[in-house]
Ligand binder design. Structure first.
Ligand code: 1CP
Length: 333
């Protein structure tokens, strides 16, 4: 068993495996070099040689316990034929959405469009660097994908004014997404992913009353599906106010917390394995502060199954030396 499986399945404490969200990418000079020559982000994700190389870049530098495949949650709208472009200094820009077109997407065509992602997972999982480590496959939760598909760009500032107007549309899309997300999960596992993480980055946009329909039920269906394939599933419902409720209802094998969650109190509230929490901005300060803040999490979870990670992705301006320091410090704890 790998250290991450020991933590999630055997509920082992005190072994602190570590990987970092967005560990593959923006802050690494060797990634930037490749990115500069490949301005089309979707094409880069679909380039098997390059995406597998980028996936392994952080493992060549640091003693991390997992590789997360270089891809994006927004490869799903791409696979469903909604136009998408990643614009510089703006982020994703999606095209118009037609429910009839969406309802008619063929499953075989979808898998064919995303086939390079699966080939890349296979390639990574066969690499020597992965020995006794996990390959993490992932999907966006239906709600978070729906947000991008209807809003057409990041909701960082706000959702468009009449986002919730067409409830029929929302419910139809959630059902379609569930079907294709199951396919995408299944293909990733068949290709060698040994853990699945479900990112619900915009769960925090919803009021409590909308969580059951838009977050709990669609995610629970995916969690049950991953469990039926005998692979551990980690959920990250970023920004939800009540992580305990979420865990009681959705029942993931492990949960990633965001940096607003107090590690000492969550440890008492939730009894499933916990991952993450450290504010990625701490990596922009200094080693002394990083050590102090990382220890706060390690101390709090001393007797709780815990996978070290962040409360959101590594920031682009992070110094790789700080990541190196963090990984060594967690391993030596
Ligand atoms: O160089 C570039 O411009 C590309 C930047 C980039 C990268 C490196 C994007 C665009 N996506 C990724 C890779 C990525 N995204 C990975 C795999 C690599 C890794 O984790 O190391 C993963 C797991 C994601 C997940 C992802 N993409 C999420 C969920 C996690 C989170 O950050 O909340 C979301 C919301 C996205 C959408 C996305 N992809 C990229 C951008 C700029 C955005 C929009 C973010 C936003 O709305 O603010």
């Amino acid at each position: 068993m790998t250290p991450i499986q020991e933590t999630i399945i055997n509920k082992k404490t005190n072994n602190s495996p570590i990987w970092l969200m967005r560990q593959a990418g923006r802050y690494l000079p060797e990634f930037r070099e490749i990115r500069k020559l490949n301005p089309n982000f979707i094409n880069l994700c679909l380039n098997v040689n390059l995406s597998s190389e980028i996936t392994l870049q952080p493992l060549k530098r640091f003693d991390l316990d997992a590789a997360i495949i270089f891809s994006d949650i927004l490869m799903i709208p791409y696979g469903l034929n909604q136009k998408i472009e990643f614009k510089r200094d703006f982020g994703p820009q999606l095209g118009s959405l037609d429910l009839d077109d969406l309802s008619n997407v063929d499953q075989v065509d979808f898998i064919e469009k995303l086939y390079p992602v699966y080939k890349s997972i296979k390639k990574v999982s066969e690499n020597n660097l992965i020995k006794n480590k996990n390959v993490i496959g992932f999907v966006g939760a239906p709600w978070t994908l729906l947000v991008y598909m209807i809003n057409k760009h990041s909701p960082k500032k706000e959702l468009i004014k009449d986002f919730f107007k067409d409830e029929f549309l929302i419910n139809r899309i959630l059902i379609i997404l569930e079907k294709f997300l199951k396919l995408h999960i299944d293909q990733q596992i068949k290709s060698g992913a040994t853990v699945i993480q479900i990112f619900d980055s915009w769960a925090g946009l919803l009021e409590e009353k909308d969580l059951p329909n838009y977050v709990y039920i669609p995610t629970l269906n995916l969690v049950d599906y991953v469990k039926s394939l005998n692979v551990p599933v980690i959920c990250f419902p970023r920004g939800v106010k009540n992580y305990k409720n979420y865990c009681d209802i959705v029942k993931p094998d492990a949960v990633n917390i965001d940096y607003d969650v107090n590690p000492v109190s969550i440890c008492k509230e939730i009894n499933i394995p916990i991952q993450g929490g450290l504010d990625p901005k701490i990596l922009l300060t200094n080693k002394e502060n990083l050590k102090k803040e990382a220890r706060r999490y390690l101390d709090a979870f001393k007797d709780h199954p815990y996978i070290f990670n962040l409360g959101h992705g590594v920031l682009p301006q992070t110094d790789p030396n700080m990541v190196d320091y963090l990984v060594k410090m967690v391993k030596d704890y």
